[in-house]
Design a protein around this ligand. Sequence first.
Ligand SMILES: NC(=O)c1ccc[n+]([C@@H]2O[C@H](COP(=O)([O-])OP(=O)(O)OC[C@H]3O[C@@H](n4cnc5c(N)ncnc54)[C@H](O)[C@@H]3O)[C@@H](O)[C@H]2O)c1
Ligand SMILES: [Zn+2]
Length: 356
Amino acid sequence: MRLTELLLESKLGDYKVTFTENTDFLEKYTKLLNVIFIVDENVWNAHAATSLAILNNSDVIKLKVNEERKTLDTVQELYDEIMSRSPKRNMTMISIGGGITQDITGFVASTLYRGINWIFVPTTLLAQSDSCIGSKTSLNYKKYKNLIGTFFPPTQIYINTAFIATQNILDFYSGLGEIGKLHLMGGENTTQQLIADMDAVLNRNITELLTAIQQSLLIKKAYIESDEFDTGRRNMLNYGHCFGHALESATNFEIPHGQAVVIGMMLANAVARKRKLLQTDIFEFINENILIPILKTDINNTQIEFEKVIVAMGQDKKRTGSFLALIMLTDGYEMVKFNDLTEDEAREALVGFFGK
Ligand SMILES: NC(=O)c1ccc[n+]([C@@H]2O[C@H](COP(=O)([O-])OP(=O)(O)OC[C@H]3O[C@@H](n4cnc5c(N)ncnc54)[C@H](O)[C@@H]3O)[C@@H](O)[C@H]2O)c1
Ligand SMILES: [Zn+2]
């Protein structure tokens, strides 16, 4: 399988992912009269002299990103920056960066003039394999992760895997978390395919990485096109995120998103095994061949307060009843969502995993 393009159907307007081996596509956008490039500061520092050299410095806004900056304050900073430059309703905004850049600038693009033309160039493994499609923009509010947001897809996405070479190791492994999740959700065949390519993927071999990225996007596409506004089936993409989001906020985002998702999947699988929804041999097979290889976080040196995690799980915006919600992978690689997880079950899974 090798795709050059992937078309996404959206009720908000269809959009396209183009896979490219270079950044020559940027040239035509530099010639637009009304264009602004918002570039992750670290991406700018790593690529300004090479793949981004074509950009006209005066059209570039450099954006400092971290999880604490995924807020309305940063959105307002960008409104100010953009409004100081003679913006127009017909302007084009091109964002270049990872999932945080996407979330902040996508929110800006969706709200400025009630929506401007927006193009996204993802530069991290996570953004290329997962977040770039699905039309969500998200901001954190106080301690609530991704509480605020809109549905607003870019009109065009360009994926150039060369950007990934400069990602630091932990952020790279964060992207592997979402890739692992999507391949597991894809079923036994895609799981086996990732296992076969695992060594090459871990070594950032471009061919296998591109295969894993494209397969991940195809699996995610099937979920989002059938439930774009996340009222049913799309919820399953939150596999690993019920515990994962809670671990992120309980550690003040010390654990990168995709790595929290890996631990979240391990914990969800442990609950599923305990409930006899997942056979022990499949549980162990998945841990040994997918989840342990893509876990880079040093869990022995990460302080986790279990009660904080459980409180955070209770605040999950997807919670529906008085119990906690949990998405689980079950035998046959079928996804299920249960709304009756007890705090004791969650605690038992945490103690079993972190061993305290
Ligand atoms: N909107 C969605 O649908 C969606 C889906 C999944 C995740 N997310 C969000 O994505 C965020 C995580 O995004 P991420 O993992 O892409 O990372 P990121 O945007 O947090 O970037 C991680 C770090 O890598 C740097 N960086 C980015 N690209 C680089 C490159 N090519 N070379 C060197 N450094 C680079 C950044 O400056 C940052 O320091 C989380 O906030 C998560 O909630 C959003
Ligand atoms: Zn995620």
